[in-house]
Design a protein around this ligand. Sequence first.
Ligand code: SF4
Length: 314
Amino acid sequence: MTAIIDNPTNAPVERLSSLALEITGQCQNTCASHCYAKSGPHGSHGTMRREDWFALLDQAEGLGVCMVQYIGGEPTLHPHLPRLIDRALSLGLRVEVFSNLVHVRPSMWRTFERTGVSLATSYYSDNAAEHEQITGGRGSYARTKANIVEAIRRGIPLRASLVHVLDGQAVDGARAELRRLGVAGEIRLDRVRAIGNGDSVSVTLHDPAELCGRCGTDRAAISPDGVVTPCVMSRWLTAGSIQTQTLAEILNGPEWADRMAVIPRRSGGGCVPDSCTPREDSCQPSSGVVTACNPDQDGSDCAPAETEACNPKY
Ligand code: SF4
């Protein structure tokens, strides 16, 4: 299900099926080469209060959004993540939490086990030293790996993104290891993009050509300060703040139209179908059975494992 946003003065301009909610800039890791959000231990939860996120979720549901992704930084570091998940589920929204899975407290596991919640994580290598060279997090390889196993043991749908950061990086080994661990969900491959910490790899900063080309067409992103952008990767294309306008006002406003106009749209290339958005048939009430996109079982709707996805976190 997608929504045509009602705008009495202009033609409907956008349809949204999902939102990426970047609830914090804080993270245990310090991925110096590729973190698009420039997150780290000193990042903050921004100016969005819990009630602001609640109000946004209410608006999203009213606009027909069917899925929200809690992302960061590391969303499990946000003190209100369980309540935010609960609010979304109570509105009938599907929830994905994109976590580094470095540390998951027991109460968070119980939240992740709720029907309608799935997990996504990033993985880099089957070599601990290489993994930790990329994340900057000592012990992060073993912790993330152990929590992947725990998520699978608990029956929580899980997908993974492989991010190719280093020359010669063991991404094939990482993919094989994930399958050995039991990851049945989609495993995507992405490269470092010239965005955030990755902008050092390019002479052209804030280049819209670095984007997949689908940004904003069926999803939008909201930063810890309430700033709305076409996606978490196009973070310089700011279109307004949810703290001063409604989501519908922003999406029907001139700034959004201007930002959308500068993004090169690609037909057939860039983001493969379903890389950025949930499947249409996944837009179901939280009481429904939710399964992760699984190329091994349902290849028609999923990117092949070797396909480059639109960004590390989708
Ligand atoms: S890429 Fe992910 S794990 Fe790494 S610092 Fe950024 S938010 Fe944290």
